[in-house]
Design a protein around this ligand. Structure first.
Ligand code: TMP
Length: 212
C-alpha cells in the first residue's frame, strides 16, 4: 500500500561525530519505505558548492575561522533548503535529514559564536522540522567509533571540542526534540525512532491530513 501524505514531514537526526546518525538514517529510510511511505534523504553539509568547500577545508586544522565556518554552513543550508528540502516536502515526502541548524548552534556555538544569534540567523529561512532526534554519546566513544574513517576532518573531530558540542546538543529542549542514548543497541534505537515518527504521523492523520 502506498501512503501519500498531503503535507511533507521533516525529520532531522543530530548528534556529535560517531553518534550513529547515518546508520540510523539508513535503517529509518528502509523501514518507512517498507511501510509504503515516499521518503527522501539529505545530508548537511550538502552537495552544494558550499558544502563541498566545507568538506575540503575540514581536512585541515584551523583552515577556517568560526565566522567563516558559520558563513559557509549558512550558504550551504540556504541552498539545501531551496533545492532539496522544499521540493521534496511539497511532494508530500518524509524527508530524513542528517544534520541541520542544530549542528550549527552546537558546533559553531562551541567555538564561541553566540548561540541565539546562530539560531535567529537560521530561523529566518529554514523549514522548521517536525521532529528532531538527538543521538547522545560521549565524545571519547563517539571518536572511537569513527577512528577508522579515511578522511578525518581536522576542524571538528577533536575530543575537547566535541565535549562542548555534546553539552550544547544535550541542552536542546522543545516539544519536537527527542533525546536518545546512542549507546543503546542499534535496533532498539531504530525502533524508538520509528515509533515516535509513526505516532507523530498518526496525530497528523487525525488532524485532517488524508493518507490514501
Ligand atoms: P558529517 O561528518 O556529518 O558529514 O559533518 C561534517 C562536520 O561538519 C561534522 O564534524 C560537523 C560539522 N558541522 C558543523 O560544524 N556545523 C554545521 O552546521 C554542520 C551541518 C556540520
Amino acid at each position: 500500500m502506498k501512503m501519500i501524505l498531503k503535507k511533507g514531514v521533516l525529520i532531522v537526526i543530530e548528534g556529535i561525530d560517531g553518534a550513529g546518525k547515518s546508520t540510523q538514517a539508513e535503517i529509518l529510510l528502509d523501514r518507512l519505505k517498507a511501510k509504503g511511505y515516499e521518503v527522501a534523504y539529505f545530508q548537511e553539509p550538502s552537495e552544494s558548492k558550499w558544502g563541498r568547500e566545507i568538506k575540503k577545508r575540514a581536512l585541515f586544522p584551523d583552515s577556517l575561522s568560526p565566522d567563516e565556518e558559520l558563513d559557509l554552513f549558512l550558504k550551504d543550508r540556504r541552498e539545501n533548503v531551496e533545492r532539496n528540502l522544499k521540493p521534496a516536502l511539497k511532494e508530500g515526502k518524509i524527508v530524513i535529514l542528517d544534520r541541520y541548524y542544530y549542528s550549527t548552534i552546537a558546533y559553531q556555538g562551541a567555538k564561541g559564536i553566540d548561540k541565539e544569534m546562530i539560531r535567529k540567523a537560521n530561523e529566518e529561512f529554514v523549514v522548521k522540522p517536525d521532529l528532531v532526534f538527538v543521538l547522545d554519546i560521549d565524545a571519547k566513544r563517539g571518536l572511537e567509533r569513527i577512528q577508522d574513517r579515511k578522511n578525518k576532518d581536522k576542524l571538528f573531530e577533536r575530543e575537547d571540542y566535541l565535549v562542548k558540542v555534546r553539552k550544547i546538543f544535550r541542552n536542546f529542549k522543545g516539544e519536537n526534540i527527542v533525546h536518545i542514548d546512542a549507546l543503546k543497541p542499534r535496533d532498539e534505537i531504530s525502533e524508538e525512532i520509528e515509533e515516535s515518527i509513526l505516532k507523530y504521523l498518526h496525530t497528523f492523520e487525525t488532524n485532517g491530513v488524508r493518507l490514501s
